[in-house]
Design a protein around this ligand. Structure first.
Ligand SMILES: [Zn+2]
Length: 219
């Protein structure tokens, strides 16, 4: 489902500072999202892991959130999710949107990051929450797409061969597009991704029900 692609301001007041971009996409020259984009972010009443089964089966976490990595000079800012086959057996596996949300970034930010998708969500009590999916082999969505939980947004990759295939998955309380680094000394706006998923999952631990909107192929 793509919304606001053709939205235009109602008149020709070209100088209006809040004029919506023709494309409806985020303007990455600005750190914060425009009020127009913020208003489009849907409330997410359920979250699921972004790989494997809906309840977190068939994957393992090779490098957990905030583990210290001396070689990289900081704490890990996400979870490194892998298929249970190990090494590159999960290369090309589907990566799913963890919840209903608005794609606010879908691009390669640097060779070491590889392809990245960032999705903005609103929690059921209205707080902003971003999920970030990095090192993707392929991106299947575009900035500005409104997507459902469980929609395939890309595939597991190696960040241009820098790593064995895995998904670097992050979660942040953020109002803007902020790619940052994968290792840091302070957590700032980063949350423990998989712990947050299971806190907000809003379904029984063994619930495998797929998202109805994703089953309908809505994107
Ligand atoms: Zn990582």
């Amino acid at each position: 489902m793509i919304i606001a692609k053709n939205a235009k301001t109602p008149d020709a007041n070209e100088s209006h500072v809040l004029k919506m971009p023709e494309s409806g996409e985020a303007d990455h020259r600005f750190h914060f999202l425009s009020p127009w984009l913020t208003a489009q972010i849907p409330k997410a009443i359920r979250f699921d892991p972004p790989m494997g089964s809906h309840h977190g089966g068939l994957i393992y976490n090779a490098q957990k959130f905030w583990e210290m990595n001396e070689k990289r000079g900081g704490h890990h800012t996400g979870d490194d999710l892998n298929g249970i086959g190990g090494m590159n057996s999960d290369l090309g596996d589907p990566v799913y949107s963890a919840a209903d949300g608005l794609v606010i970034y879908a691009a390669q930010s640097s060779p070491g990051w590889g392809n990245i998708v960032v999705i903005a969500h609103k929690t059921s009590d209205g707080r902003p929450l971003h999920t970030m999916y990095a090192h993707l082999e392929r991106i299947d969505v575009s900035s500005g797409n409104l997507i459902a939980r469980g929609v395939q947004i890309g595939t597991v990759g190696t960040a241009n061969g820098f790593y064995p295939a895995h998904l670097h998955f992050e979660m942040r309380t953020s109002d803007g597009v902020d790619i940052g680094a994968g290792y840091a000394m302070y957590p700032l706006n980063r949350l423990d991704p998989m712990a947050t998923i299971f806190t907000l999952r809003n379904a029984a631990a063994d619930d495998l029900s797929p998202a109805p909107l994703a089953k309908m192929g809505l994107l």
